[in-house]
Write a protein of this length. Structure first.
Length: 70
């Protein structure tokens, strides 16, 4: 499941049912009233980088900055 920001440019977070995978919801790092729960990720939304890292067992995923070698 996903926790998705209501505003258009907000990021999606992986939702466990009680907290985000990156734990921002339980630590007060995001305001839950600005998000909604969805079964499907909206294609236009990027997933939170920390949620992706944790879900892959701590592997660091490349960012657009790392692809710029020139």
């Amino acid at each position: 499941m996903y926790l998705i920001a209501k505003k258009k440019k907000g990021k999606a977070h992986y939702w466990t049912g009680t907290d985000t995978v990156c734990r921002l919801a339980s630590t007060g790092g995001l305001d839950a009233s600005r998000y909604f729960v969805s079964e499907a990720k909206h294609e236009s939304r990027a997933v939170c980088h920390m949620c992706r890292q944790v879900s892959l067992g701590g592997k660091v995923l490349p960012t657009s900055e790392q692809y710029r070698t020139i």
